[in-house]
Design a protein around this ligand. Structure first.
Ligand code: SAM
Length: 265
């Protein structure tokens, strides 16, 4: 497969965050030359940084800040890793943050982790979606999975969904309606017609509850695997978008509840 970070006619510029200095802008410009899409800081970062700030006003608040340590947090497609490294500032030394990306993007993740110089166990690890994650077994079970602006190229959706199922694979069958790590999913809608197919398939396996707060065009969700039963079989990557047997899907009411609560009758 061609490098997804260098599609034809790529024309992107650094993203200026409130906190970035001109030197950071220049470094981002250089990273784009070297890593293409992965070298840029993407839009959902800004809202995630707010969400990952202690005391920020989000409903529900960020569980990665509130739940007891040790936490084992994994980020997919980390690239510059700005949002997850911001979260790491509030983590405890016993917590682990695993930054992942394509093997050829690892130097960027390693550089970001080194520059952050935080007293938390930050471990950059290669993870191409759709490939084995066995090398991450020592860090399982994960408590959180972070996804920052990863839903954009439809050809990547099956591999991304496959990896999400793999990282949240059950250790046993639970009685609760949902189980497994919390997926914190942030993304900026760009072409809804294309993005819809990802969420259609994602909803076959995962509950999705909106997180309300911040003033942004970025969407933020807290997601978790729907309960499974004895019929569950991990789908192959070429059928993963069609669902799999043994998932007991519930219904997400979070968004509707929020909507009705804010309506004036
Ligand atoms: C739009 S960028 C987002 C980067 C970062 N999360 C952010 O928001 O600034 C998408 C990221 O996904 C990674 N990516 C793309 N295809 C991938 C694949 N097949 N396996 C793993 N990572 C992939 C890219 O290298 C890039 O870092």
């Amino acid at each position: 497969m061609a490098d997804p970070n260098f599609p034809p006619n790529l024309d992107i510029a650094p993203l200026a965050l409130d906190s970035t200095h001109s030197e950071d802008q220049w470094l981002q410009h250089e990273a784009i030359q070297q890593y293409g899409i992965a070298g840029r800081i993407w839009h959902a970062t800004e809202l995630l940084m707010q969400y990952f700030t202690p005391g920020a006003s989000f409903d529900p608040p960020c569980s990665a800040l509130l739940t007891p340590s040790p936490k084992r947090i994994i980020e997919l497609g980390s690239g510059q890793s700005v949002a997850s490294l911001h979260l790491a500032k509030s983590l405890a030394p016993s917590d682990t943050l695993i930054l992942t990306d394509l093997p050829n993007v690892m130097p960027l993740c390693e550089q970001s982790a080194r520059k952050a110089a935080l007293p938390v166990n930050i471990s950059p690890q290669p993870l191409a979606w759709g490939s084995s994650s066995d090398h991450l077994d020592p860090h399982r079970p994960f408590t959180h999975v972070i996804m920052c602006d990863l839903i954009y190229f439809p050809e990547l959706y099956p591999a991304l969904l496959f990896t999400l199922l793999d990282l949240t694979r059950p250790e046993s069958i639970t009685d609760t309606p949902t189980f497994g790590p919390e997926i914190i999913l942030a993304y900026k809608p760009r072409t809804l017609a294309l993005e819809h197919s990802f969420f259609d398939a994602f909803g076959l396996y995962f509950s999705m509850n909106p997180i309300i707060g911040g003033d942004s065009l970025v969407r933020l969700y807290s997601c978790q695997r729907w309960k499974i039963n004895e019929q569950w079989e991990m789908p192959a990557m070429d059928t993963v978008m069609n669902g799999a047997p043994g998932v007991e899907r519930g219904r997400d009411f979070g968004y509707i509840d929020q909507l009705f609560a804010s309506m004036e009758w």
